[in-house]
Each structure stands twice: as structure tokens, then as C-alpha cells.
Design a protein. Structure first.
Length: 576
């Protein structure tokens, strides 16, 4: 699926002076001086400050409003406090033109101070400036002056709005012969003639949100009502696919697009599925007060955010794609998207955790940050990472704690790898808990490095080589294998495991070291027993390697393994 957003070339337009036209031959100066002499405020007789007039704008009933002049509300009157002045928020008003007019006034703060401006709500809907009485200038249209977000002036020739973005939804080739046979021959490229035209269908996103008249619609060839459009019958247009799905779409020739547009942003979705190179893990989620912990700046609450785990299983690093989208807020009554003027900034952090973790992470110091996308006020953020073998936790977040939003998270994995949302803070009791027992302590063991490990025997021709060691850690029936470090007798693993232990005094932690071999069984290099403390505690240890016990006789082998232990009781499980 390819979505293309095209940005219009900035059109250099000079500002035009608006000529003065009196509405209904009313003299503004006389009206103002008359009200000042009588000491009363002006009120439009055709649109008085009544409840019925406000209800006509809102579309539903209102409580009794209180009418005030801007200077009666505050000394420095502004229409918006937060966000840029041109950002539009529809709010409860169903009349989009009123909102656009407010946006125009918000960018021209002098209108809140100077009363020398009147509006003509007549057929032409033009703004009048009493200070510029020139009559030889064209007047700006109301729609042009109130263009959403002040994206630029609408060009009368092309119909486009400068600095505005469109979405490409479809392409079409118009054959020279639009008949059924001509379409078939053109599709199979039997004829050598080039097609008559190549067209693109663009969509104005604003029209979908505001349900108002489209801004910046193409007026040239193949536009609605053009000669090229009329030359093709409805059947011919349907046959070649020259149709629109919504009123906000229009067709434009490729040549015109190259002329008026400056570039394109192509968003490619990786191909997923059985035969695709990627496996998609998608999650819908929400940030609410209880699970919105803010960014990494708030370390104490950061891990309250939602957490998603996935595991990489290959020894060589593989690529992972992460996409986080903030959802729009949908108004169920109006069936429209609520435009947010100051949306919360979104981001995500990628943490490496213990290779066997199945529950949420609680302590940031026990995790390794391997990737971070700082919070930005975008609707979508994206990250691309190459990750080695291990288990990772992805944490989407908002900039500040307690902020609320909805999101959709997509993780593109190189194949169907284990992944899930982490919900529980500690392992849930299974059906066999009465036999396995209830955990009393939690031990986190980190394999730091090995030293002076044994080398393989001769590989042939009297040569020897360094070993490729890895560790196998087991405790109370659970066994996990660590990553392999190739051709190194002094490997650095830096890999962690976590165990919820029910019988720490009876079943110690055992570490076995093997040499990875390409052919045949892996060679045993030794094992070490860790009698981890039955109570809380931590520390670093060097574990000597021995042979497997035979009649309680163990032979010391070459090499040591350095580990770091951290143990807490179950009451303090939030510390791991």
C-alpha cells in the first residue's frame, strides 16, 4: 500500500489592497459617531445578540449566554491562548465558515483593537478595509481569506492552495481509444501508441474533516466540468477507472502535477503475511491517567506506560521497524474528526530486558535503553533498529504524565517471532502451583563475562582454535540458553535472566558453559553452582567451572564466569 502526500510549490502572490464597499449604503463613521454621542453600544439589528441567533450557529439548544465586548473580558483580548493562532478547532460550532473567520481574526490581532473594519455578508462575502479606499483592486474572496490553517492563497488559475498537502489515492491511464477494445489493447500494450493522458487522483483531506467546500481543487484539464471530462461518456470513464469515491477527490494530469507540485513523500508499508518478508504485530492501546507515565525525563513513573515485549532469536543482528500512530479523536454526534490544536507529543523507547522476562519491567536501572524516539507533536513516529539476540520491551509514551490519548502500535518483525503485551506485574499462579510451590524470592542473575575458557581440541591438521562459548542457566525446572560469542576465550555476554524461586534452599542456580560447534554436539566446557542467598542481597561473583559430578567427585576445569546477582523477596517485586 502506497500513500503519497504531495506538497504544492509555494506560489508567490503579492498582497492586494481591498477596496471599500459600504454595506447597504451605511456610513460607518456616522454610525460610530452617533453611538458615541448617545453613549450606547452598537448592536446589529439584522443579527442581534439573542439566543436564537447563537443556536443557528451551534445547531442545538444553549443555556442563556452572557454577551460581553472583548475589552470587558480582559485588557489584552485574544481568541486563543495555546497553540498557533492559525490552528482551527471546530469545537461545538457546526458552521465551519464561522470558525474559519475566527481563525482569520486570530492572526490579525489589530482587528481586536481597531474597529475600522466591516464585513459584507452578501453574495460576494468580501472583507472591507476602510483605510484603503482604492477601487481599482480586486477584492479577496471570503473563502480565500479564511483558508484553513492559513495554508496560503488560492490560485485563481490552477485552483490550488499554496503550502497545502494532498493524498494520492489512484492513478489512471486514458487510452487514445476509450472503447472496450481500445482499453483491452492498451492494457496488454499491444498498440505502440502512447496513452493520451496519464492522470492522478488526489484527495483534499480537509474536506473530509470539515465536510465543507473543498479548498484548493484543481480547475484545469480533467477537472469536473472541463472539456476533457465532458468528452468522455460516463460509461467510458467507468471503464478506464476514471471515477471518484468522495466529493473531495479530483483528477489531475501528470504533467500538471509536475508543474504545480514540488515533491512527494512516499509512505511504504512493508509486505507482511505468509509470503512476505515481514511479520506484523499490531496493538491498539490507550494512555489514561493510571498508565500514562510520561517520557524518560520522569524516571520514577516512566514504566507505568504500556509495555510490549518481543524476542529476537538469531545470533546475527536483524532489522526491526516500529511505527506509533496517535489516533484522531472522533465525535460520535457529528460523525467527524475533532481537530486538536495542541495534540500531545508522542514517542517510544526500546529497552533490553532479561532474556526470560514474562512480566512488566518495574525498575529502569535494570533495563538497557537501546533505542529512543523523543516525543514529538506528530501524529505518527517511526524507528528502524538492528537488534541482536535477546528480549526487548517497547514502551510508547506521551511527553507529560497524566496526559491522555489513543494510539495504534505496529512492530514489523523479520519473521513470526514471540511478541505480546505485558500486563501483569508478577507471574500468575498456574493450575500446578500446588505442586511447584509459591515463589518466595526473586533472583536476577546477569552473566557478565568469561575468562580464560578452554579451547577446542585440534580441528585437523594439528591446528587449534578459540572456542565459541555460550551459557545455559537453569533453576527449579526452568532452563534458558544465552547468546553465543564467536571465537573468543574471554567472551563478554552481558545477558540477564530472572527467576521466581519457590525453593531457594534446595535448588540452586546452575550455569553450564558449552562451546558451539557447527557440526556435531556442542562441547561441554564446565559448570558452576550458585548458592544464591535465601534472603535479599546483591553482589558480583566469579564462578569456577567444574566437571559434572560423578560419585560426588568434581574436577576443576579451566576458566571462570563472572556474574552479578540481585535478590529481593516477593513483597518487593516492584524492585525488579
Amino acid at each position: 500500500l502506497v500513500g503519497v502526500i504531495l506538497r504544492l510549490r509555494a506560489i508567490q502572490l503579492t498582497s492586494r489592497i481591498m477596496r471599500t464597499v459600504n454595506f447597504n449604503n451605511e456610513d460607518y463613521s456616522k454610525i460610530k459617531s452617533g453611538h458615541l454621542s448617545r453613549g450606547i453600544l452598537f448592536e446589529d439589528e439584522r443579527f442581534p445578540n439573542t439566543l436564537s441567533n447563537l443556536e443557528s450557529l451551534v445547531g442545538n439548544s444553549l443555556s442563556s449566554p452572557e454577551f460581553k465586548r472583548p475589552r470587558d473580558i480582559c485588557e489584552t483580548a485574544v481568541l486563543k491562548v495555546d497553540g498557533p493562532p492559525g490552528a482551527i478547532c471546530l469545537g461545538s460550532l457546526s458552521n465551519i465558515n464561522a470558525v474559519l473567520a475566527m481563525s482569520l481574526i486570530a492572526e490579525r490581532t489589530k482587528l481586536l483593537e481597531n474597529d475600522d473594519l466591516t464585513t459584507d455578508p452578501g453574495e460576494n462575502s468580501a472583507l472591507k478595509d476602510e483605510e484603503n479606499p482604492a477601487t481599482d483592486q480586486d477584492e479577496d474572496s471570503f473563502d480565500e481569506m479564511c483558508a484553513p490553517r492559513r495554508l496560503g492563497t488560492i490560485d485563481n488559475v490552477s485552483g490550488f492552495c499554496s503550502n497545502y498537502a494532498y493524498m494520492l489515492t489512484k492513478t489512471c491511464v486514458v487510452p487514445r481509444n476509450p472503447t472496450a477494445m481500445g482499453v483491452v489493447l492498451s492494457a496488454f500494450k499491444i498498440t505502440q501508441d502512447a496513452p493520451k493522458d496519464r492522470l492522478l487522483r488526489l484527495r483534499s483531506v480537509l474536506t473530509i474533516q470539515s465536510k465543507a467546500t473543498s479548498f484548493g481543487v484543481w480547475k484545469g484539464a480533467y477537472s469536473e466540468g472541463s472539456q476533457e471530462w465532458e468528452d468522455l461518456s460516463v460509461r467510458d470513464r467507468s471503464r478506464i477507472g476514471l471515477v471518484v469515491s468522495t466529493e473531495s477527490e479530483f483528477w489531475i494530469p501528470l504533467s500538471a502535477m509536475v508543474k504545480y507540485f514540488t515533491g512527494a513523500i512516499i509512505a511504504r508499508l512493508p509486505k507482511t503475511g505468509i509470503f512476505g518478508p515481514w511479520s506484523l504485530a499490531g496493538y491498539n492501546g490507550i494512555w489514561r491517567a493510571e498508565n500514562s507515565g510520561g517520557s524518560l525525563e520522569f524516571r520514577s513513573s516512566f514504566l507505568q506506560n504500556p509495555q510490549y515485549m518481543f524476542e529476537m532469536t538469531k545470533e546475527t543482528p536483524e532489522e526491526v521497524l516500529i511505527s506509533l500512530n496517535r489516533k484522531y479523536t472522533w465525535d460520535l454526534e457529528r460523525q467527524a474528526i475533532i481537530e486538536e490544536t495542541s495534540p500531545p507529543a508522542i514517542g517510544f523507547a526500546l529497552l533490553e530486558v532479561e532474556s526470560n522476562r514474562e512480566v512488566r519491567a518495574h525498575l529502569l536501572s535494570m533495563c538497557t535503553v537501546v533505542g529512543l524516539h523523543a516525543a514529538k507533536r506528530h501524529r505518527a513516529v517511526f524507528g528502524r533498529y538492528r537488534l541482536a539476540r535477546g528480549r526487548y520491551v517497547l514502551v510508547p509514551f506521551l511527553q507529560e504524565p497524566q496526559q491522555e490519548a489513543d494510539y495504534y502500535l505496529r512492530i514489523f518483525l523479520p519473521r513470526n517471532l514471540p511478541n505480546k503485551e505485558l500486563i501483569y506485574d508478577q507471574p500468575q499462579r498456574g493450575v500446578f502451583a500446588i505442586f511447584t510451590g509459591t515463589p518466595v524470592i526473586i533472583t536476577r542473575i546477569k552473566l557478565l563475562h568469561g575468562a580464560n575458557l578452554a579451547s577446542l581440541k585440534s580441528r585437523g591438521f594439528g591446528s587449534t582454535s578459540s572456542s565459541s562459548p555460550y551459557c545455559r542457566v537453569s533453576c527449579e525446572g526452568s532452563c534458558f540458553t544465552g547468546r553465543v560469542v564467536r571465537e573468543n576465550n574471554n567472551p563478554v555476554w552481558n545477558e540477564s535472566f530472572i527467576f521466581y524461586r519457590a525453593k531457594p534452599n534446595k535448588q540452586p542456580i546452575k550455569i553450564e558453559v558449552f562451546d558451539k560447534r557447527a557440526i556435531g554436539a556442542d562441547e561441554f566446557l564446565g559448570e558452576g553452582i550458585i548458592n544464591a542467598p535465601e534472603s535479599t542481597g546483591s553482589g558480583d561473583f566469579d564462578i569456577n567451572l567444574y566437571t559434572k559430578p560423578k560419585d560426588e567427585n568434581r574436577v576443576r576445569l579451566k576458566g571462570t564466569v563472572s556474574v552479578s546477582l540481585y535478590t529481593v523477596d516477593m513483597e518487593n517485586y516492584m524492585n525488579l
